[in-house]
Ligand binder design. Structure first.
Ligand SMILES: [Zn+2]
Length: 77
């Protein structure tokens, strides 16, 4: 069994002293930083770099299986 404990930090000041602040409309957890007072989304949608996009597109063209790609890279179409 693998237990992964994720530590979230404030995206503005990198402080670990943050508390949960509910969720937004799409269900993303929000946090409130006690150190700098910032409010933000705990896990913002990941942006892919151009390089990563290229790799994914190349893999898609070779295998032409959307489901396989989704599994491999964990991305949404
Ligand atoms: Zn902060």
């Amino acid at each position: 069994m693998i237990l992964e404990k994720k530590v979230h930090v404030c995206r503005k000041c990198q402080s670990e002293d943050i508390v949960k602040n509910g969720t937004n409309g799409s269900g993303s957890p929000h946090y409130h930083c006690k150190t700098c007072g910032a409010y933000g989304v705990l896990e913002p949608r990941q942006d892919y770099t151009e390089e990563e996009k290229e790799i994914i597109i190349n893999a898609y063209q070779k295998r032409s299986s959307m489901r396989g790609i989704e599994r491999t890279f964990g991305v949404c179409r």
